[in-house]
Design a protein around this ligand. Structure first.
Ligand code: 8IG
Length: 277
């Protein structure tokens, strides 16, 4: 599908799960892989993991798949990859994230997660670059997401759909990650709407209500993944200390540079976690 065409998800009467099933069938047809076992969304700083977890057998430009959009940022690679893991399992690597701040609605934000579930994936690994509230974290620190606070005032669920979010970020998978890297810190992820970074007062609010990480993705995706019945692992790369925690203003370029610098180390960590799944 061309990115200039209308997106079927934008039609209010469209069923997003039907669109996800169509997308999953297109992925199966393009890859010859009938079923994927796990899915990974690779955010800023995590992209190198795609090459470390196994052998990429197929790469699809995301906008070719129904419901997906062209990436908004040049730093974000807009591809879907099918990766054969050493244990014979199949991973769908999503290098194309639609952010809430793009303003295309929450259906498009969570379409990749719903598509991953429709390909058969039962484990969803969500990664991101984010700001850190804990003073002990330095840029380049990976943190396991233990829970989230959704500050977008939105939800991927439509209608009276009541979904339990207890243990949203699987305690079992966090335990497994700790087995790979014992001193991995955990934190509560606060999703802000963005695209502006927070004011220092907003960061203090996030801290006061129990947040440790500030970002612009993941929480809405995790809710959709839970609705789809997937087990979720969330990982943030702290690329910057949140506004007011660090003394200097935030710069998008510095954030990108910090992600690049940390990429080899954290991507290797993620590959070891995937190998332990
Ligand atoms: I990378 O400090 C990155 N993403 N909301 N705040 C929010 N998102 C981010 C930040 C940050 N750093």
């Amino acid at each position: 599908m061309l990115s200039t065409q209308t997106n079927p998800l934008d039609a209010p009467e469209a069923d997003p799960f039907t669109v996800a099933r169509i997308a999953a069938q297109e992925i199966a047809d393009a890859t010859g892989v009938a079923r994927h076992d796990i899915a990974l969304t690779l955010g800023s700083g995590w992209g190198a993991a795609a090459d470390l977890i196994g052998e990429t057998t197929h790469t699809i430009p995301a906008p070719d798949v129904t419901g997906f959009s062209a990436p908004a940022l040049s730093g974000h690679v807009g591809t879907l990859r099918s990766v054969l893991l050493p244990n014979g399992k199949r991973a769908l690597v999503i290098g194309a994230r639609t952010h809430y701040y793009e303003g295309h609605g929450v259906r498009r934000v969570v379409h990749s997660v719903r598509t991953a579930a429709a390909t058969g994936a039962t484990t969803m690994i969500l990664t991101n670059g984010a700001g850190g509230i804990r003073e002990t974290w330095t840029p380049g620190t990976p943190v396991l997401i233990s829970d989230h606070i959704n500050l977008t005032a939105d939800s991927p669920l439509e209608g009276a759909t009541f979904i339990d979010l207890t243990d949203l970020y699987s305690a079992r998978l966090r335990e497994l990650a700790h087995g790979v890297e014992a001193n991995l810190d955990e934190g509560v992820y606060c999703q802000f709407r963005g695209p502006h970074y927070e004011t220092p007062a907003e960061v203090q609010m996030a801290k006061a209500i129990g947040g440790h990480i500030v970002g612009m993705s993941t929480a809405l995706e995790a809710i959709a993944a839970r609705q789809a019945g997937m087990e979720i692992l969330g990982l943030s790369l702290i690329t910057n200390l949140a506004a007011g925690i660090q003394e200097t203003p935030l710069s998008h370029h510095e954030v990108i540079d910090a992600g690049r610098a940390a990429e080899p180390v954290i991507s290797a960590l993620l590959a070891r976690i995937v190998a332990a799944l």
